[in-house]
Design a protein around this ligand. Structure first.
Ligand code: ATP
Length: 146
C-alpha cells in the first residue's frame, strides 16, 4: 500500500509525524481527503477533526484551525493547536465551553469580545466532539457480537 509523509506542526512543536496511507482534514470548503500522490495544494483548515489512516489503524485528532499544504514530498498541517483524541482533557474543554458561553452573554456590543468568545466556544466544542466520537467508536468496537 503506498504511503505519504504527514507532519502536523503546532507552535509547541511536532504533534504528529509518520508515513501514513490517508488523511482527512476539515477544509474550509468541506472535508478534504488526501491520498498518496495528491496534486500540490494549499488550503485553510477550520477547527475540526483530523483522521489519519495507517495500515488498519485510524488516529483522530482535534485541531483548532490552520493550514494544510500538499507538497511533492509530504503533507504538512500547520495548526494553532492539535491534540490526539485520547489526550483531550474533557473536563478542561467543558470548563472552556462554559466560560465561553458566559463571555458570549456578557460581550454586549463588543465585536472583538464576541469574536474571541465565539472562537473559544468553537475550540471547546471541537475538542468535546472529537473526544466523544472516539469514545463512542471504542465502545462500538468492544461491544459483544450479536
Ligand atoms: P483553555 O481555555 O482550556 O486553555 P483554549 O481553547 O484557550 O482552552 P488553546 O489556546 O486552543 O486553548 O490551546 C492552548 C494549549 O492547550 C494547546 O497546547 C492545546 O493543545 C492545549 N489544550 C487546550 N485545551 C485542551 C484540552 N481540553 N485538552 C488537552 N489539551 C488542551
Amino acid at each position: 500500500m503506498s504511503t505519504l509523509k504527514l507532519e502536523i506542526v503546532t507552535a509547541e512543536g511536532v504533534a504528529y509525524s509518520d508515513e501514513v496511507n490517508a488523511v482527512v482534514a476539515p477544509g474550509i470548503e468541506g472535508q478534504l481527503g488526501i491520498l498518496p500522490h495528491h496534486a500540490p495544494l494549499m488550503t485553510v483548515l477550520e477547527p475540526g477533526q483530523i483522521m489519519v489512516r495507517k495500515g488498519g489503524e485510524e488516529t483522530f485528532m482535534a485541531i483548532t484551525g490552520g493550514y494544510l499544504e500538499v507538497r511533492p514530498d509530504k503533507v504538512v498541517i500547520l495548526a494553532d493547536a492539535a491534540e490526539r483524541a485520547e489526550e483531550i482533557d474533557v473536563a478542561r474543554a467543558e470548563e472552556a465551553r462554559k466560560r465561553a458561553e458566559e463571555r458570549l452573554k456578557a460581550a454586549g456590543g463588543s465585536l472583538v469580545d464576541l469574536a474571541r468568545a465565539e472562537a473559544a466556544l468553537r475550540r471547546s466544542m471541537v475538542r468535546l466532539r472529537v473526544a466523544e466520537s472516539v469514545k463512542r467508536r471504542g465502545a462500538a468496537r468492544t461491544r459483544p457480537q450479536q
